[in-house]
Each structure stands twice: as structure tokens, then as C-alpha cells.
Design a protein around this ligand. Structure first.
Ligand SMILES: C[S@@+](CC[C@H](N)C(=O)[O-])C[C@H]1O[C@@H](n2cnc3c(N)ncnc32)[C@H](O)[C@@H]1O
Length: 390
């Protein structure tokens, strides 16, 4: 496996493309054994975002980084007039062409083999989809800007965002990799062991539709760098000159302004939304929770601690030093102590994680991860942006 990081943890290669290309994989396969259920999940996401079927039907759609095309099957079923799937990973392209060959994706879907970073076109699209690849790009802001430039005025761009707070549980899981990687173990064997170990965690997730081995490859083994998060706040601010937020999943925004007063309210839509994003950023730490508004300063402080934890986890993994896990456990525990009233389940999860990690470091596997297992953050959030008319 090639290294994607330089000595300072910065990325020296191409996000996703290097790792996937080296292993010839596209580890985002969905469980399609019950296709209607898969379509329902996708329809629910689009409805939550406000991307209604007729906003796709008869329209021009571009999807950047469609991967296996599992999600594209649903979008194609909404009958866009034009549907372009752009990807640069050989295994993704093979999967997309395989689906067209098998009749699972309509032959009118156009597959474009290109790196989005260097792709040039004058075409504009009514809907531009980019799911699961923006936050870990080396430079997410110019990437987003390019997506917006390809969106027609009045059209929408759908992206995913990630905060370090929403990554907290995954950061905790990723360091456990050290206990499973052995010099004489192949990547495939390690993946199998990790999928079995994290099985209870994944089975606790209602609606978990991704194959467990793929989740392990992409969330635990993937050599992400320090560039991994692109929070909602940053995405909304970066898009502000060209677009405004029109929907999110999870849908936590409320707007009680009388619609006639909105133009005179003096609060731009962006500011209005950011105010709520900041108050709910902490809730992204635990998907089990209903949204709890907290002091934005606390949300920001936890985000900063989770960012520091991510950097520390990179040191632990790159240094391959289990002793460094003691400091890591302390940092996790300190984040747990910052969680306010309403976050009791998350705090208990943290307590069990820290106890188990410390016992593993000491060489005992007797202590279980218990109440940590069902802790998952809002791994990725979806944001739909409405492109300004001019
Ligand atoms: C994590 S997968 C997400 C796939 C799918 N959108 C999903 O959510 O299941 C990322 C996909 O984006 C593609 N990708 C990443 N960077 C790209 C780039 N610069 N140009 C084109 N495709 C890219 C990868 O090849 C891969 O197919």
C-alpha cells in the first residue's frame, strides 16, 4: 500500500484515487439484496434535503465520484434528461460500466473517465451531486467552487460535509487498528479480523447498508491525512458568494420567520443558517441524540479538541507506538468530560472506551468496549446549495 502522507502528515498524493487505485477497489458497496429498500433510503435522503423527484426528472444531472453507481441507480430511476457520471478510479469505472452492461443503469447514462480536478467543460447542470469525497480533498474549497461553477443558475449542488466532532467515534475506532495489523497478516486478513471485531458496532446501526468489509477499508484502514474534515460552517461560508444553503440532512434547521418578513429581516440566509449550525454542531458527535442546542463556544471548543485528537491519532498510527495510546486515552477522556447535560449516553460510551483502551494497552483484552460500541457520529452531513440566479 502506498503512503499518502509526507513527513508532516500532509497529503502528497490524490485523495481516494491513490488508495483505491493501489488496491484496485471501490469500497463503498451497498447491500442491494433488497433493492426497493435501497431506493427508499435514497428517496428519504433526497426528501430530507428537499431534492424532490421533479427537480431531477427531465433535468441535466452531473454526479462527481459516483463510485459503484449503487446510489446512481436510484437517481437514474427519477428519469433525468441527461445523467453524467464522472470518476477517475478504474474499479469505480468498471463497476459503473458493469451496471450499464447488466441493465441496472440505463444506457443513456454517460460515464466520463476523468479526474475532476483537471476536468474542463462548458456544460452546466441543474443538479450536481458530489457525495462522500469533498471533505478529504487536498483543497476542498476550490473543489467546491468548481462544482458550483458547473451548476446552472437556479440549480442545486449537493455535497457532504464532515466535522472532527462527527468523526470523533471513528477517530477512536481507527487507532485500534494497531492491535490488528501484524507483519505476517495480509490486508485482506486484517480487514476480515477488523470486520469481525467491529461487527457488533455496525450491527447496532439501524439502516447500516454498507458492506462491513468496505466500511473497514474506507473508515479504518484508509490512510487519511490531516485534511479530512470540511464542516458545514466552512462549506456554507465558502459557497456564500455563489450559492445559499437550501437543505441539510440531518434536517435540523428551523425558520419561524414570517415568509413575508424574510426579505426585510436583515439576516442573510447564510447568517441565519450558520447561527443554527453553530448551536447544533455538538450534536453531530452522537447520531443517537435528538438535536440539543448548546453554546456555540462549547461546540467550537469540542471541535478543536476533536481536531487535535485526529492529529494525535495520525501520530499514533504513523509512529506505530501503542505507548502513545495512553495520551490518546487521556485526550478522549477530556473530551468526554466536556460534554454537557443531555450527552449522558455519549459520556458513558467514552468511559467504556477509555477503560477498554487502557486495559488493551496494558496487555489485557478482558475489558470490553461495552457502551462505546453503539457510539457513532453523524459521519457525514449532506448540504444542498441553491446556485444564485446571477
Ligand atoms: C468514497 S467514494 C464515494 C462514492 C459514492 N459517491 C458514495 O457516496 O457511495 C469516492 C469516489 O469519488 C471518486 N473520486 C475521488 N476523487 C476524485 C477526483 N478527483 N475525480 C474523480 N473522481 C474522484 C473515487 O474514485 C470514488 O469513486
Amino acid at each position: 500500500m502506498t503512503s499518502q502522507t509526507g513527513s508532516g502528515g500532509e497529503r502528497v498524493g490524490k485523495a481516494y484515487l491513490d488508495f483505491y487505485g493501489a488496491l484496485d477497489i471501490i469500497p463503498v458497496r451497498q447491500d442491494l439484496s433488497d433493492l426497493p429498500r435501497h431506493f427508499q433510503r435514497r428517496a428519504a435522503l433526497y426528501a430530507q434535503l428537499g431534492l424532490l423527484p421533479n427537480a431531477v426528472r427531465g433535468c441535466r444531472v452531473l454526479e462527481v465520484g459516483p463510485g459503484t453507481g449503487d446510489n446512481a441507480m436510484h437517481t437514474a430511476s427519477l428519469l433525468p434528461e441527461q445523467y453524467v457520471l464522472l470518476d477517475a478510479n478504474p474499479a469505480s469505472l468498471a463497476a459503473l460500466r458493469g451496471k450499464i452492461g447488466d441493465g441496472l443503469l440505463s444506457a443513456s447514462v454517460k460515464v466520463v473517465e476523468a479526474d475532476f480536478l483537471t476536468y474542463r467543460t462548458d456544460e452546466r447542470f441543474d443538479v450536481v451531486l458530489c457525495e462522500g469525497l469533498l471533505p478529504a480533498q487536498n483543497a476542498p474549497i476550490p473543489f467546491l467552487d468548481k462544482l458550483l461553477d458547473m451548476t446552472a443558475p437556479g440549480g442545486v449542488t449537493v455535497i457532504t460535509t464532515v466535522s472532527f466532532t462527527s468523526l470523533f467515534a471513528e477517530t477512536c475506532r481507527r487507532v485500534l487498528r494497531l492491535f490488528f495489523e501484524m507483519p505476517d497478516r495480509s490486508v485482506a486478513e486484517t480487514v476480515k479480523e477488523l470486520a469481525s471485531f467491529f461487527g457488533p458496532d455496525l450491527r447496532s446501526l439501524p439502516g447500516m447498508s454498507r458492506l462491513h468489509e468496505d466500511w473497514v477499508l474506507d473508515q479504518i484502514i484508509h490512510p487519511y491525512t490531516e485534511v479530512v474534515a470540511f464542516p458545514l460552517r466552512d462549506a456554507i461560508l465558502a459557497a456564500a458568494p455563489k450559492a445559499e444553503p437550501a437543505g441539510t440532512s440531518p434536517r435540523f434547521l428551523t425558520d419561524w420567520r414570517w415568509y413575508k418578513s424574510v426579505p426585510d429581516s436583515g439576516i442573510a440566509q447564510t447568517d441565519f443558517v450558520l447561527e443554527q449550525v453553530d448551536r447544533f454542531s455538538l450534536t453531530m458527535l452522537d447520531y443517537r441524540m435528538s438535536p440539543i442546542a448548546t453554546d456555540p463556544a462549547l461546540g467550537q471548543a469540542v471541535e478543536e479538541r476533536c481536531r487535535a485528537l485526529w492529529l494525535r491519532h495520525l501520530d499514533v498510527l504513523n509512529g506505530r507506538d501503542p505507548a502513545a495510546l495512553e495520551d490518546f486515552a487521556t485526550a478522549v477522556s477530556e473530551i468526554g468530560a466536556m460534554l454537557p447535560v443531555g450527552f449522558e449516553e455519549a459520556r458513558l460510551s467514552v468511559t467504556d472506551y477509555v477503560a477498554a483502551l487502557r486495559s488493551w494497552v496494558a496487555g489485557h483484552r478482558a475489558v470490553e468496549f461495552g457502551r462505546f460500541r453503539p457510539l457513532f457520529g453523524r459521519g457525514q452531513q449532506y448540504l444542498m446549495l441553491l446556485r444564485h440566479m446571477v
